[in-house]
Write a protein that binds this ligand. Structure first.
Ligand code: NAG
Length: 188
């Protein structure tokens, strides 16, 4: 490999790893993206993760929850190892649950809950959305949206319009009535 090629790879690797979070070690992958290893660092919160993270190892830490949206900026993230953490499986873990379900559903069975008591030692994948709870979010009933009323009003106007039209057409079949209907005023 020519020297400039080696230099370029070195530069690329340095660029990629320079925003490696302090407690972790990072390695640039040949296929672009980063291998970010944060295993066994006693983490209680997620570190600031570089946007090029492709494989993220968070096993064997003290993580209890993941903030909603925590991995949304990691568009290249493919694998996520979050085993051996004291996860508190309540509604605040719904984001992690959904992320794993979307990307690596089989991993949901390796992630075990430490608390609350009903979930202890259960795999996260065995808990339903109902058990995790909804953190007080409420799905609004469709009638709560004002624009639904506009649709309803529009449909009502159309229905009334069609009914009137039908009535006029039916009436029009009767010549006598038709005459009285369309006779211009003043021609009686
Ligand atoms: C987990 O991490 C601790 C340090 O926080 C380390 O001493 C221990 O060996 C690790 N255990 C495993 C199974 O990797």
């Amino acid at each position: 490999m020519p020297a400039w090629g080696a230099l370029f790879l070195l530069w690329a690797a340095t660029e990629a790893t320079k925003d490696c979070p302090a407690p972790c070690t990072c390695q640039a992958l040949e296929t672009m993206g980063l291998w970010v290893d944060c295993r066994g660092r006693g983490l209680t919160a997620l570190p600031a993760l570089p946007p090029h993270t492709r494989h993220l190892l968070l096993a064997n830490n003290s993580l209890r929850s993941v903030p909603p949206g925590a991995f949304d900026h990691l568009v290249q993230l493919q694998t996520l190892d979050v085993t051996q953490n004291p996860w508190h499986c309540d509604c605040s873990l719904t984001y992690l649950h959904l992320w794993l379900e979307d990307h690596t559903p089989e991993a949901l069975l390796d992630v075990r809950c430490a608390s609350p008591s009903f979930a202890t030692l259960h795999p996260l994948g065995h808990l339903t959305g109902y058990e995790l709870g909804n953190c007080g979010w409420q799905l609004q009933t469709p009638w709560a949206y004002p624009w639904v009323w506009w649709d309803v009003a529009l449909v009502a106007v159309i229905v009334i319009g069609l009914a009137l039209l039908a009535a006029i057409l039916c009436t029009a079949r009767e010549p006598l009535l038709l005459g009285s209907f369309i006779r211009p005023s003043g021609q009686a």
